[in-house]
Structures are given as C-alpha cells and as structure tokens.
Design a protein around this ligand. Sequence first.
Ligand SMILES: [Zn+2]
Length: 97
Amino acid sequence: MELTKIKCIHCESEEVVKNGKRATGIQSLKCKNCGKCFQESYLNNGAKPETKRMIISMSVNGSGIRDISRVLKISKDTVMKTLKKRKRSSRMLIQNT
Ligand SMILES: [Zn+2]
C-alpha cells in the first residue's frame, strides 16, 4: 500500500495509505494508526483554511453545526472538529499569558 502525505482526520496520524477508489472515483484512504477510513474529497474540503475560517465565523455569528455543514457542504464531524480545535487553542492561549 502506498503511503500518502495526508493526515488522518480522526487521529491526525500521518500513517495514511490509499485504500482503493470508490465507484464514484473518489480516493478512499485508510489510517494505519487508528484503522479508520475516510475519503480524500471529504478531507480536502474540511482542511481548507478558508473553510475553517468560514466555520469559525459562522459559529461566531450564531449558526449551528447542522447549518454550517449544510452551507459549506462538509460533514458535521469536520465542523465539530474544527470548532473543538479552536476552543482548545484559545484555551492554550489563555494559559500561556
Ligand atoms: Zn487515524
């Protein structure tokens, strides 16, 4: 199996291999660390910095996770993960000052 430079969306391990393509032509990926599978297109959408910015600004403006995932066409998991990460980093910032 071919190792990619993609990080796992579940555990952020870099031990991600290509796991064949779906019928739709979407590259399927598998994490060797946690054993979970995910799709390349799904990952790209969630990983875009502008998507992350949109998630955060929509959340600040009062949009729920369901609204954000529908508008940005990304999974609810990606929305939750981005918001969780943001919370964690802002907490770290507070602790450091
Ligand atoms: Zn993983």
